[in-house]
Design a protein around this ligand. Structure first.
Ligand code: DGL
Length: 258
């Protein structure tokens, strides 16, 4: 099979990566996407690096059996835990990872206060701390671990305004909201909360995520490899989940069409 015709594998610990898949499919409607949500093993954010790496290997093996041309790790946590190992092990295909979009929020800024919402593992890992050290001389960067926001999505509680708003307010209760310039949604599950964040926080705060950057990066890589699908082909999306509970596929489709 011509490489152009092959699918793109996209995965996350669960349903957060659907927010990335949406952006990918919007930007590359002619591509075939295979999404794998590892909801049976979510959340990753409180697991060890080794446990996450093991899961990622199993998922990439699944994609390779399907014959993918590229893999997107639609998960900041899995990227910080395992991307290097995965790129070394599977060096014949591009593996696109994600990191909290701190660069977008902080580049060229001085004296800004930037909140980075992410999983405990992402915030603890070397990868994020190296990124942070590039910007925290000029700015105040606040790390905010938010594991509960992952569970709210996985448990289909995203539409429960009381649960969501109370949780977000709890995170921000000791911060001076007026002093915040931007908020980085550094976990793909959190992108689904953008409207809530806009409602709860000050209007002047910019809320950024890495989904568009990841999408553009994948597009560039495929273009360079001459593997971008032609505009005459019809795209598709197939969704798989490690959980045998059917509600995860239903919930994936609901989030995809939101
Ligand atoms: N959606 C993932 C991320 O971007 C991980 C969430 C989790 O499983 O803890 O970080």
């Amino acid at each position: 099979m011509n490489n152009k015709d092959k699918a793109i594998g996209v995965f996350d610990s669960g349903l957060g990566g659907i927010s990335v898949l949406k952006e990918l499919a919007k930007s590359m409607p002619n591509e075939k996407f295979i999404y794998f949500g590892d909801s049976a093993n979510a959340p990753y954010g409180i697991k060890t690096k080794e446990e996450i790496t093991e899961r990622c290997i199993e998922i990439i093996e699944f994609f390779l059996k399907k014959g993918v041309k590229a893999v997107v790790i639609a998960c900041n946590t899995a990227t910080s835990a395992a991307a290097n190992v995965l790129r070394e092990k599977y060096n014949h295909i591009p593996i696109i990872g994600m990191e909290p979009a701190l660069k977008v929020a902080a580049e060229g800024q001085k004296d800004d206060t930037i909140v980075v919402m992410a999983t405990p593992l992402t915030l603890k890992e070397q990868k994020f701390n190296d990124l942070m050290s590039r910007y925290n001389d000029d700015n105040t960067i606040i790390k905010m671990p938010c594991p509960e926001l992952v569970n709210i999505v996985e448990n289909d509680l995203l539409d429960d305004e009381v649960v969501v708003e109370n949780q977000i307010k709890e995170y921000y209760k000791n911060l001076d909201i007026e002093a915040i310039d931007s908020v980085v949604l550094g976990c793909t599950h959190f992108v689904f909360y953008k409207e809530y964040m806009e409602k709860i926080l000050n209007n002047s705060i910019s809320i950024v995520d890495g989904n568009l950057g990841t999408t553009n990066h994948l597009k560039e890589v495929l273009k360079e490899r001459n593997e971008l699908q032609s505009e005459y082909k019809e795209g598709s999306i197939d969704i798989y989940n490690s959980s045998t509970d059917e509600r995860f596929i239903k919930l994936s489709n609901k989030l995809l069409n939101k």
